[in-house]
Write a new protein. Sequence first.
Length: 234
Amino acid sequence: MKLYSLLLLLPQDAVADDGFVNLLVQRFNEGGEFMWPVLICLIVGLAIAFERIITLNRADINTRKFIVTVKGALEEEGIEAAEEVCANTRGPVASVFQAGLLRHDEGIEAVEKAIISYGSIEMSFLERGLVWLSLFISVAPMFGFLGTVVGMVAAFDAIETAGDISPSLVAGGIKVALLTTVFGLITAIILQFFYNYIVSKIDRIVIDMEEASIELIDSLVLLKSGQPVSHGGE
């Protein structure tokens, strides 16, 4: 009997989900032509956000473990072994390390300049697409508000044409106006959540890059002075 009751619930859940989707489609169609720009902002914005999240997750590594591995290679096998470790490791931290190691024979100042230069390049790669995501966060509500103004104008035009204020006459235009605003704000809220998550992840990667760069320079100074490179973090 319990199994039969459970089976009866499944079609109802499916119908409820289908009803929600149908409601969204209905509201979207009622919103008018300004709903399409809002939808485009949402779709393109989500595409950029997902691409950034996947890229940043791939770039994120265990920085402490990587530093220990590079220091071990420096002390045991030298600069070339450390460069090979960096070349075989993905992510901006490894790229910055490799850039600094490639200039080690020119002195510590050259290493610092290489780290700063390549750090800026890696930063630009990490932040790629964020300008567009920020644009869609700003533009989506604007399209919604524009639809609101157009809907209100249409409502007053209908009142002027009819020569009378009828609740049903005014309600249509006002509903269109409010729907575009609601969808525009929802789009901005969703994209803002992803934007803040991406920015926080970039900030953490940048902090890892800066801390790792300081440790690399310290290790090279110790190596040049003939002192043992500390395996900090082990």
